[in-house]
Write a new protein. Structure first.
Length: 403
């Protein structure tokens, strides 16, 4: 009876919310239960309940009494680095070289240079050295085909098997075809004078000039070795020499003048001011054929030191060879000066693409963008936008009607 009365008194006593009914110790608060921690253990609760609440509990209560659970040996280590993730410390291969010299600002073209840099990026993006072997092979193969047609046509004309017109038109058509099918790879120079002219205009890096000239001379030599194997060493393998009744001086003057015309066509059609695109091949090839039709009887219309070098080396006939070195190189220098007078300095995206090729994505896109901007009137090509206004042309706001 006493025990029964004591139980009734205990049950009627108000419960202290801070006391646990099981052991008479302070119980966990709501925040402790929600957030876990050593104080979050509910004495008397099942072990599964305490483990779900993240409790470790006092000694002898819950699964924490036996220490932390053993790690799963098959589970991946969360602290180990991901072997497939890119190395954040590795340099970006597509980023421009910060140690490379800055692009020079052309005098008088600071505004145009700034706008082109903002729109199309640094010119160094156009020159990817990893593609140099393709450019050199392109020059080797292209020069081989050109000299095969030029020297082969001259040889067959000397044998009386084709006409002079056919002999001089063949290299023009060949150059047109080469420009169209692989001009974007190397620029299709095929001529040491062209490489030098593009470099002087700022459309081609000087460090690539020796490799281009060497492969052009090699391609010409291989073409003449092929002609030697087919025809034998006859008619000088179609080499260029002053024509009957003409001396070396006359041939030199003819080579200078015709080369000035050829390089003027090449540099002009490659510029952003003209923006003619693939139709440049028609202009260059057409000029070669036209020049040969009227000047071939005087000098052979070489206009290309490599074209004259191959037959001279393989046949051993070096007669007046100096004419075909001095003439084309002098003509190229004069043509560069004329290009400056006509269009100012070079170096725009379209001219660089024509002179250096567009194997890189940046060069290809920059050429397309600049061409489109010029067609839309959003960008004025260098050499035009910096010229003073023409007083004979009505300007906006001067009150004269515009045509």
């Amino acid at each position: 009876m006493a025990d029964e009365q004591q139980g009734e008194r205990a049950s009627s006593h108000p419960r202290d919310p801070g006391q646990d009914p099981a052991v008479g110790q302070p119980g966990p608060t709501e925040a402790q239960i929600l957030h876990g921690g050593p104080a979050a253990t509910i004495p008397g609760a099942p072990a599964s309940t305490a483990s779900r609440l993240g409790a470790t509990g006092p000694a002898g209560s819950g699964p924490a009494a036996n220490g932390p659970a053993a790690p799963d040996p098959t589970a991946p280590d969360p602290t180990a680095p991901d072997p497939t993730a890119p190395d954040p410390t590795a340099p970006d291969p597509t980023a421009p070289d910060p140690t490379a010299p800055a692009t020079p600002v052309l005098p008088g073209l600071a505004r145009t240079h700034h706008l082109l840099m903002l729109e199309f990026g640094d010119p160094r993006d156009f020159d990817d050295p990893r593609q140099e072997w393709r450019r050199l092979f392109s020059e080797l193969f292209g020069t081989f085909l050109l000299v095969l047609a030029a020297a082969g046509g001259g040889l067959l004309h000397a044998l009386g098997q084709i006409s002079l017109a056919a002999a001089v038109v063949a290299p023009g058509l060949m150059v047109m075809s080469i420009i169209l099918f692989m001009g974007a790879v190397s620029g299709a120079h095929l001529n040491p004078g062209v490489s030098l002219a593009f470099a002087l205009r700022g459309d081609f890096p000087w460090r690539r000039v020796p490799g281009y000239i060497a492969t052009q001379l090699l391609g010409a030599t291989l073409a003449c070795l092929f002609l030697l194997a087919v025809f034998g060493n006859v008619e000088g393998l179609g080499g260029t020499v002053p024509g009957p009744g003409y001396d070396a001086g006359q041939a030199l003057l003819m080579e200078i003048v015709t080369t000035v015309g050829l390089l003027s066509v090449i540099l002009g059609t490659a510029s952003a001011a003209q923006n003619v695109g693939a139709i440049a091949a028609v202009g260059v090839g057409g000029y070669i054929a036209l020049a040969g039709l009227w000047s071939a009887p005087v000098s052979g219309t070489s206009m290309n030191t490599a074209r004259s070098f191959g037959p001279a080396l393989v046949s051993g006939n070096w007669t007046a060879f100096w004419v075909y070195v001095v003439g084309p190189l002098t003509g190229a220098l004069i043509a560069v000066g004329f290009a400056y007078l006509l269009r100012g300095r070079g170096g725009d995206a379209i001219a660089r693409a024509a002179g250096s090729g567009v194997l890189s994505e940046q060069a290809f896109l920059a050429r397309l963008h600049l061409s489109k901007q010029i067609e839309d009137g959003a960008v004025i090509p260098p050499g035009i936008g910096d010229a003073p206004p023409d007083p004979d042309v009505a300007q906006p706001g001067d009150g004269r009607p515009q045509r």
